[in-house]
Design a protein around this ligand. Structure first.
Ligand SMILES: [Cu+2]
Length: 142
């Protein structure tokens, strides 16, 4: 009787141990987790530049309003400064209607944000970077 209880306890322990590994394997990756505001980005891109990494996310705010979040992370050992304002240009995909550069505000070390409204619903592309090095992220505005 005692050995049966012991076997049961061991089985439960093994189950918990395996379960912890299964949880680690199945939990959503950090990139899919939601932002502080509670909504998930509708599009994102990572640019690998010569002196660091640039991550950009697009959040839909309704009525063709969009929020762009940018984070520049210098490579370890790089002396690149994080307070250089990235260049941003937003244009419509496949339409020659001209683009615009929404104003970015600094919200943290290497972190920038722009809130803007596109003038037309549809497919847009935001280019974010520094000079020759930039990343492009396409998104649907509605
Ligand atoms: Cu258009």
């Amino acid at each position: 009787m005692r050995s049966k209880i012991l076997a049961g306890v061991i089985a439960l322990g093994v189950l918990g141990f395996v379960g912890a590994f299964v949880w680690v394997a199945l939990r959503p990756p950090a990139s899919l987790q939601t932002s502080a505001s509670g909504s998930a980005p509708i599009a994102s891109v990572t640019g690998t530049f010569s002196d660091g990494r640039l991550d950009a996310q697009i959040y839909a705010a309704g009525n063709q309003n969009v929020r762009l979040e940018v984070q520049f992370t210098p490579d370890a050992g790089e002396t690149a400064t994080v307070d250089i304002r990235p260049d941003v240009y937003v244009a419509m995909v496949g339409m020659n209607m001209g683009g615009f550069d929404p104003p970015l505000e600094l919200v943290g070390a290497g972190a920038w944000r722009a809130n803007f409204q596109v003038p037309m619903a549809g497919r847009w592309v935001a280019s974010v970077g520094f000079g020759e090095e930039f990343a492009e992220v396409e998104f649907d505005a509605r």
